[in-house]
Write a protein that binds this ligand. Structure first.
Ligand SMILES: NC(=O)C1=CN([C@@H]2O[C@H](COP(=O)(O)OP(=O)(O)OC[C@H]3O[C@@H](n4cnc5c(N)ncnc54)[C@H](O)[C@@H]3O)[C@@H](O)[C@H]2O)C=CC1
Ligand SMILES: O=C(O)[C@H]1O[C@H](OP(=O)(O)OP(=O)(O)OC[C@H]2O[C@@H](n3ccc(=O)[nH]c3=O)[C@H](O)[C@@H]2O)[C@H](O)[C@@H](O)[C@@H]1O
Length: 439
């Protein structure tokens, strides 16, 4: 089948590459000329395991192309996937300007039937706005061409995006046209072989399903962070509690890891946008605002612990900081807890020697020559003249450090762990003080 994908970011690029990988012809379109120039040379602008090889293989096989030419893109596919950003507006609602710009482009150039498939995360009712935009544009052209708008939200996670796309838990298709549902089912058939994964529903429910999933996951995390803070005060260990409740299959083990707060491009913005939608409907979504408030507070927990350990302040102290990305296996630092911590530490006069396996370039782009922040190319370099170690992101390579060597390196012999990576007794055996979350 022939597919056009608008937007070559995390979602668009993964969607395009995976659909090409199962034999479709795919054209990815982006307005960012520099990005498309790089992609045409096989250079991937983001770090996502396996993506570079998949993009290159499919380009070589002639199944995946890139363009900035809107007309070429619209002409190409029967399916017009929309995978552009929906960043938060000033009031927290999702900004639809990129989505509606794509709708307008499709309508300006289409000459036959098109299926506009929305993969971007958009508030309930957006498909109606997309439809109206296309109708208005076609009317201006004096055309009455047929088209459909489908909601097909994406549930992939950064860092495991290819696997999530290739073996999804579910494929949600929101449409009011049974014929379109069948066409999408055919498109997704290669990802739907081992068991039935396609769930069809009306468009508005599909749009809400995406927010419901992210808000539920964010709620689980904030709930655990709330309990972690309580466990500390009660002399309990949240890690034991986590095992204790995760073993209940009704609760499950996933997404109940306490930490220094959730980040990323989606949970923070989607919880806010859903809250905003509720407000527009005259409904105060109390639980959602609590989820958000708990998370905002949690991002300051590490600094609070550090400040409590150094009652005279951190002025003149040097911290090794491991992990800048909002989670492992990505270079994405959008809403990352590391950003809040670095701002707080440097504002308080400390020096931060930061390392991340993939996100250093992103940190440089965000912070530039920030006073007090040093970028370390090697994990070991962070420890030179460091007083203490802070862990913000649980990269695999941080799992088993040599605690005795750390004890010798760190002048103040202390570790602040925002991801509960270590067994406290092993850290303490090396003569180190260990602060974690909720224990
Ligand atoms: N990042 C993630 O893990 C996930 C994101 N989503 C949702 O998917 C959507 C896209 O997210 P990301 O891929 O992270 O965004 P991104 O910011 O990485 O990429 C968006 C791309 O769209 C391009 N773009 C903007 N206007 C355009 C236009 N008119 N025509 C063509 N391209 C255009 C931008 O230049 C950019 O390259 C958002 O709604 C997000 O909430 C959903 C699931 C997972
Ligand atoms: O809509 C989206 O963009 C995506 O948002 C999340 O994916 P992502 O943001 O890539 O990453 P997650 O693995 O969900 O982690 C988000 C944040 O929660 C934190 N987290 C996660 C799990 C946990 O138990 N505890 C916890 O603090 C992570 O450290 C990270 O900061 C969802 O998991 C995806 O299903 C969804 O498609």
């Amino acid at each position: 089948m022939k597919i056009t994908v608008f937007g070559s970011g995390y979602v668009g690029l993964v969607t395009g590459a995976c659909l090409a990988d199962v034999g479709n012809q795919v054209m990815c379109m982006d307005v960012d000329q520099a990005k498309i120039d790089k992609l045409k040379q096989g250079i991937i602008p983001i770090y996502e395991p396996g993506l570079e090889e998949m993009v290159k293989d499919n380009m070589l096989a002639g199944r995946l192309q890139f363009t900035t030419d809107v007309k070429e893109a619209v002409d190409f596919g029967l399916f017009q996937f929309v995978a552009v950003g929906t960043p938060p507006d000033e009031d927290g609602s999702a900004d639809l300007k990129y989505v509606l710009a794509v709708a307008k482009s499709v309508a300006e150039h289409m000459t036959d039937y098109k299926i506009i498939v929305d993969k971007s995360t958009v508030p309930v009712g957006t498909a109606d706005k997309v439809k109206q935009t296309v109708l208005d544009e076609l009317a201006k052209r004096g055309e009455t061409l047929e088209f459909d708008v489908v909601s097909n939200p994406e549930f992939l996670k950064e860092g495991s995006a290819l696997d999530d796309f290739m073996k999804p838990d579910r494929i949600v298709i929101g449409t009011d046209n049974p014929r379109t549902a069948e066409l999408l089912k055919a498109l997704y058939a290669p990802f739907n072989r081992s068991r039935e994964r396609v769930i069809t529903m009306d468009i508005r429910s599909a749009e809400l399903t995406k927010y419901a999933a992210n808000a539920m996951l964010a709620t689980k995390i904030s709930f655990m962070n709330e309990l972690a803070n309580l466990a500390e005060r009660l002399g309990a260990d949240i890690e034991h509690v986590r095992h204790g409740i995760g073993s209940d299959s009704r609760i499950g083990y996933s997404f109940i890891y306490p930490g220094c707060g959730y980040g990323g491009s989606c949970f923070p913005k989607d919880v806010k946008a859903l809250e905003r939608t509720a407000k527009e409907m005259g409904y105060h979504a109390e639980l959602l605002s609590a989820v958000e408030n708990v998370n905002d507070r949690q991002k300051h927990r590490l600094f609070e612990k550090i400040s409590a350990h150094y009652p005279d302040g951190v002025q003149g102290k040097t911290f090794a900081l491991w992990g800048l990305a909002f989670k492992p296996n990505t270079d994405d630092m959008r809403e990352a807890p590391s950003r809040v911590l670095i701002d707080a530490l440097t504002a308080a006069g400390a020096t931060v020697q930061a390392y991340d396996p993939e996100a250093l370039h992103e940190a440089r782009r965000i912070f530039g020559d920030k006073a007090g922040l040093m970028y370390c190319e090697k994990q070991a370099d962070t420890l030179q003249t460091a007083d203490a170690l802070i862990i913000v992101t649980e990269w695999k390579q941080f799992r088993s450090p040599d605690f005795d060597a750390l004890s010798r390196s760190l002048s103040d012999k202390v570790i602040f762990d925002g991801r509960n990576m270590y067994e406290p007794k092993f850290v303490k055996q090396a003569g180190l003080r260990y602060y974690a979350i909720g224990r």
